[in-house]
Design a protein around this ligand. Sequence first.
Ligand code: PRT
Ligand code: ZN
Length: 302
Amino acid sequence: MAAQQTDNRIKIAVQKSGRLTEHSLDLLARCGLTYSRGRDQLICYGENMPVDVLLVRDDDIPGLVQEDICDLGIVGGNVIEEVRLGLVERGETELFAKVSTLDYGHCRLSFGLPDGTPYESPRSLQGQRIATSYPNIVRDFLRRSGVDASVVEFSGAVEIAPSLGRADVICDLVSSGATLRAHHLYEAETILESQAALIQTPKAVPSVKADWIRRLLQRVQGVIQVKESKYIMLHAPRSALQKIRALLPGAEAPTIMPLEGRDDKVALHAVCRENVFWETLEQLKEAGASSMLVLPVEKMLD
Ligand code: PRT
Ligand code: ZN
């Protein structure tokens, strides 16, 4: 009985400590999950849903889903691609599918060259030594570009490789570019754009579990939509309704209500699927809208 109960619990792998941790735990909390941390700090046991969170190194997450130890995982697209290419090289198929991209962990994998070193195209890398923590992605890029260069694997601090004389070029993750600049390197070419993503095992799971996975994924979609969404209320002259509706960003059919004692004006309520900026409000005002209110959306379920 106990084993069956464990089997029916969803396991989701999340980075233990790093750039994705806080965002990922926050996402699960917004999906309504409350949990208590195990004594070893490696598992968070869901209290109100049959969902447990395994806290692991990000590099291990695709493998845990691949081996069916976890049903879901949250990890950077860069790690997913690196692991996927490693499997392909070994003649194996990946058993994890990206089910949703998440709006955090944005970065790019780029070649960094010492300042003053020319770069015109991937051909400029011919015969160079490239230091990276992403050997599979880099080798794949070089192969596709028809370039012969050697890849030197580094597990961290890739940016110091050129000054140590261990490599001529690096290929590493960049977000602000400050690390490259601090090491007198410049960003020559991006080979992968990345952001956090949710992966899932395509293997069949018991129906109770499948139902909870479906609910969880639906809530994740709701959380993503809600972040950008706004509820807008305004008064509009009937004559300007068409123009005003066209100005509302990402709004579906709005609700239009009469205003007591005013035949010329109506109240309009709409959910905008994109953020509503001051510029839009100014344009709406110019088109004749008044009494505008923009409210955040707390939860959404389509
Ligand atoms: O311990 P564990 O293995 O779990 O963690 P980790 O050290 O491998 O990963 P971590 O926490 O550094 O990053 C986790 C994920 O965050 C990555 O796999 C990416 O998907 C994403 N991410 C987003 C980044 C960055 N931005 C980022 N800037 N990961 C790393 N960096 C590093 C980069 O390697 C370089 O050292 O930040 C530096 C560059 O940043 P800028 O802002 O100076 O350009
Ligand atoms: Zn890692």
